[in-house]
Design a protein around this ligand. Structure first.
Ligand code: SAH
Ligand code: MG
Length: 213
């Protein structure tokens, strides 16, 4: 197979990813894409993301899934993390459902994936991460953890999902800040735990870290 190195192959996908609401800087999205392509080429798919939000990172990963003929599962209850709720730092009034006053990012995710033309590659799993992980059976070539960022939530995602990564597969963690003045410490604690558990650090791009199982 021809190895794909560096950058998104499709300018349309790149422009949809850049335009989508979310929390994925472009350089980190491209690094995420490249890490997923490399993992899928080495151990195969599928790819799985915890924390869909409006589908921004799912476009970078969906592009990787398309390039390697696999699929991306992306898990979210679409009700937002603590830090996305009204009054918190990462809140956006546009994603509040006027009927109920609760957050609902599902329609935004659907619109993003529709615009990207990735509906055949990106599978939205709507629900709470832990019950989905508990009944999950498919070994993963690539796992991206970007769900709730409270320590108990992030660590539970790691504990319940990392066991599904194939040997040689890749774990990616977002929002890893060694310096507490740069951001919350939970993803960094998860990264340290993964290293302690034997995951081998591979790359870092901004706050994105990748490790090999
Ligand atoms: N990857 C996204 C950002 C994700 S934000 C991007 O690129 O923009 C974190 C998401 O995790 C939120 O949408 C929130 O609803 C989801 N989330 C938080 N805790 C969760 C849980 N326990 N189960 C499922 N989803 C959860
Ligand atoms: Mg993030």
């Amino acid at each position: 197979m021809e190895r794909h190195t560096g950058g998104m192959p499709d300018p349309h996908l790149l422009s949809v990813a850049r335009a989508a609401k979310g929390f994925m800087p472009d350089d980190e999205g491209l690094a995420l894409h490249d890490a997923a392509v490399a993992a899928a080429q080495s151990v195969g798919g599928p790819l799985l993301e915890v924390g869909t939000y409006c589908g921004k990172s799912a476009v970078y990963l969906g592009a990787a899934a398309r390039a390697t003929a696999t699929i991306l599962y992306t898990v979210d209850h679409h009700r937002g993390s603590e830090e996305n709720q009204a009054g918190w730092e990462h809140h956006d009034d546009e994603v509040v459902d006027a009927r109920t006053g609760r957050m609902n990012t599902l329609p935004f995710f659907q619109a993003t994936i529709e615009a990207a033309g990735l509906e055949d590659v990106v599978v939205g799993v709507v629900g709470y991460s832990l019950p989905v992980a508990r009944s999950w059976g498919t070994p993963l070539g690539f796992l991206f953890i970007d769900g709730g960022h409270a320590l108990d939530v992030a660590m539970a995602d790691y504990e319940s999902w990392s066991q599904h990564v194939k040997p040689g597969g890749v774990l990616a963690i977002h929002d890893v800040f060694e310096d507490p003045s740069q951001g919350g410490q939970a993803p960094y604690e998860v990264w340290r735990r993964a290293v302690h558990d034997g995951f081998e650090p591979l790359t870092r791009t901004g706050s994105l870290r990748t490790l090999r199982r």
